[in-house]
Design a protein around this ligand. Structure first.
Ligand code: GLA
Length: 725
């Protein structure tokens, strides 16, 4: 049993393989947090301390107990108006305008499997692997009940949290703030690790000491965003890749979010994650429920490596779904950097032929195939094939691509509309614009109001008509942020951003159900919506519009803290790189793209014969290593933001094979040699490198390292394919 309950003391203990999570409903019915960290036996209510603290109020029903204050006690789900002045997880406004709420313990239930959340993505697992604990809290006089849902995957050291807020009263409530998880840790001296960025440079890693004052990230963009990823890690100051305490929260949601950490006045630390408060004002009629999307939590006593592997395993096997969760992903060639908008039917057939000659599996026709889309200023929303440009019907093109032995993929941006489009002329009210029609434009386009089911249905029908023509892969793009939050659908304005995401998920769920063989790749100007919510519907996401191998090393490094390699869309593109002008060898570009789904984003017609031969070899190398890469354990071996060499490795689950990859980032005269310490090998074993049959003792590789050759020039790529002897 992963969940243990001491009914008398009302202590709930969740045990996973390596971690323990404990909470207690105290004598007053407040649900207090006791412990989250490396596996610990026993009950830890001794951690609660009670002192009379000035200006920390005492709940009305505790009488003269001046040492009892929710401002000081560690809580599971703090609410506004209880005398806890730290950041609340829940704020609900009643019809009388009062926003206070005092939730007390009502009871609990235990169940098998993970909790399912209506209309929302969530970690899934069957009853043999997972358990759910539901703790029911309520403020009866305010007519508010909250179910806290704890899903437990003991084997993966994963605990999920979410909350269902119910209106049990007789008047409308409005949800103003709703977080999925709040965690009060005893003590301070933590570092906070977050993943910030911008278009083309996502998920840089920032580690900063947490002090007094709130550290807060989030998105008000209506999507998870390039700016901050919905992933936050708290760690001891000394924690490294291989040692020390750390814990993480990762949001299974693609809309706006809030994540924060703060050391309070008594040096305790609160970490939180959930929905963005920005423009959230969700009406709840009597009897209605509001579900807060899920947060995945994990903790490790062995540093960031284990923490990331827990998250990677969870996302890969319990968030991603469908045929392609486990299937080998096709090597694709995408037309975007190959020819942008400048193509016709003939060019596409030539791309297909040349791609087939290289060993590519899938041709993706990117932007520009529909309506009057000759550039990025028009035609979004008109998902009808431009047969003049394609030189005939799409079915003919698909037939010819299939005849080359390739699968066929196509680009969509379903949530958008251009003002210059048939759709906008017919349904101007479908776009999110201000009441007077004013709108903020992004990439010269508007966002469709996906909080309206008729809009979602309208675009779904157009999309399905295209997919029905034999499409094997769909790239789902999203190229701006939401600014004008105003619906003309007749529903409450306070629902728009949340219902928008429900509309998006509803569309994606329909595609997932009706086209089980369709591979969908998510995208939002690259990795602007790279989150576990999208990964529930799209098992891979284009990681960044930046295809420069050296920038990509850092982007993929940051991404690896929370997401599996199988989710990372990564391609080899031409040089000089079209985003930053850097020149790197094909070997470097190939090695970096191999730490992802792998593909090409270039025109093979412009390659020399030598380059073509190298690419054929690259594809065969990738295919040989593909299952090791997708299913093996991934280890970060250096920090490419600081170290002169970027290195990472994949080790098969049984430890018999490893692929070690390194790229030099600097070149100096008379350099010292870098030794990269491999991880995850079988202790005491000997491994042989496939290329030169050289043998290495595993303990030497793990403790002393592998010397990276010193050669002239920066950006040199090295690869060791190791097999157990
Ligand atoms: C976005 C995507 C690119 C490409 C273009 C097409 O920027 O991230 O990969 O699909 O749109 O317009």
């Amino acid at each position: 049993m992963a969940v243990g309950v001491n009914g008398k003391k009302r202590i709930f203990t969740i045990r996973t393989k390596q971690t323990t999570y404990q909470m207690m409903a105290d004598a007053h019915g407040a649900l207090l947090h006791l412990y989250y960290g490396p596996r610990a036996e026993g009950e830890m209510d001794y951690l609660l301390t009670y002192y009379d603290r000035g200006f920390s109020g005492n709940p009305g029903d505790v009488g003269n107990e001046r040492s009892y204050s929710l401002d000081v006690l560690p809580q599971e789900y703090p609410q506004t108006g209880t005398g806890d002045y730290r950041s609340p997880a829940l704020t609900v406004e009643g019809a009388d305008g009062y926003t206070g709420c005092d939730l007390r313990y009502q009871g609990y239930t235990l169940g098998k499997g993970m909790p399912a959340l209506p209309g929302l993505p969530a970690v899934y697992a069957d009853g043999a692997e997972a358990e759910t604990l539901t703790v029911r809290l309520a403020d009866e006089s305010r007519g508010i009940a909250v179910d806290l849902l704890y899903g437990v995957l003991p084997g993966l050291d994963i605990i999920t949290r979410s909350a269902v807020i119910r209106n049990t009263g007789t008047e409308e409530l409005r949800v103003k703030k709703a977080l999925a998880a709040s965690l009060d840790l005893h003590g301070d001296r933590y570092d906070v690790i977050s993943f910030y960025g911008r278009h083309g440079m996502e998920r840089n890693v920032q580690r900063a000491p947490l002090g007094h004052g709130e550290f807060r990230i989030g998105s008000r963009r209506g999507t998870s965003s390039h700016e901050y990823n919905p992933l936050l890690i708290l760690a001891d100051r000394e924690t490294t890749e291989t040692a020390g305490f750390c814990c993480a929260m990762e949001f299974v949601y693609s809309g706006g979010f809030n994540a924060s950490a703060e050391t309070d006045q008594y040096n305790s630390t609160r970490m939180q994650m959930g929905l963005a408060e920005h423009l959230l004002d969700y009406p709840l009629a009597p009897g209605e429920a509001f579900t807060v999307p899920q947060v995945i939590m994990t903790a490790s006593g062995d540093g960031f490596g284990t923490l990331s592997q827990n998250l990677m395993d969870c996302v890969r096997s319990h968030v991603c779904r469908g045929k392609y969760r486990d299937a080998l992903r096709p090597v694709l060639l995408n037309s975007w950097e190959a020819c942008y908008f400048d193509f016709n039917g003939e060019k596409l057939r030539e791309l297909a032929k040349n791609a087939a000659g290289l060993g590519v599996d899938l041709l993706v026709l990117d932007d520009g195939w529909f309506g009057s889309r000759c550039d990025d200023n028009r035609a979004l929303g008109d998902w009808t094939v431009n047969e003049t440009k394609l030189g005939g019907p799409l079915t003919d093109l698909i037939r010819d691509v299939h005849a080359e032995g390739l699968k066929f993929g196509i680009w969509f941006e379903p949530e958008m509309v251009s003002e210059e489009s048939l759709l906008f002329r017919t349904h101007p009210d479908w776009a999110l614009t201000a009441p007077d029609g004013r709108a903020v434009r992004g990439r010269n386009q508007l966002v469709l109001d996906f909080s309206r089911p008729e809009v979602v249905d309208g675009i779904y029908e157009q999309t399905a008509r295209i997919v029905d023509q034999g499409v094997d892969y769909l790239k789902w793009d999203y190229n701006r942020s939401i600014a004008d939050v105003f619906t003309r659908g007749g529903h409450d304005q306070g629902r728009v951003l949340y219902d928008y995401i429900l509309g998006l998920y509803c569309f994606l769920e329909r595609l997932h159900t009706e086209y089980p063989d369709l591979l969908i790749e998510g995208c939002s100007g690259g990795g602007g919506r790279f989150d576990a919510g999208m990964l529930y519907y799209t098992p891979q996401i284009w990681c960044s519009d930046n295809t420069d191998a050296i920038d990509r090393i850092r982007i993929q490094y940051g991404t690896s803290f929370g997401y599996p390699v199988s989710a990372v869309g990564a391609h080899v593109s031409a040089v000089p790189n079209e985003q930053c002008g850097r020149v790197t060898s094909l070997a470097v570009r190939g090695l970096v793209a191999m730490a992802g789904t792998f593909g090409y984003e270039l025109d093979p017609a412009r390659l020399t014969e030598e380059e073509k031969a190298e690419i054929r070899q690259q594809i065969s190398d990738r295919n040989r290593c593909a299952s090791l890469i997708a299913e093996g354990r991934y280890f970060r071996l250096t920090d490419p933001f600081r170290d002169p060499v970027a290195a990472w490795c994949f080790v098969s689950r049984d430890g018999t094979q490893a692929l070690v990859c390194a790229v030099t980032l600097e070149a100096h005269c008379n350099s010292p040699v870098s030794y990269i310490r491999i991880r995850g090998l079988q202790e005491g074993a000997v491994y042989e490198n496939a290329a030169d049959s050289r043998r290495y003792p595993a303990d030497g590789l793990m403790n002393a390292g592998l010397p990276v050759p010193l050669e002239m020039g920066e950006y040199r790529a090295y690869r060791w394919e190791l097999h157990l002897v």
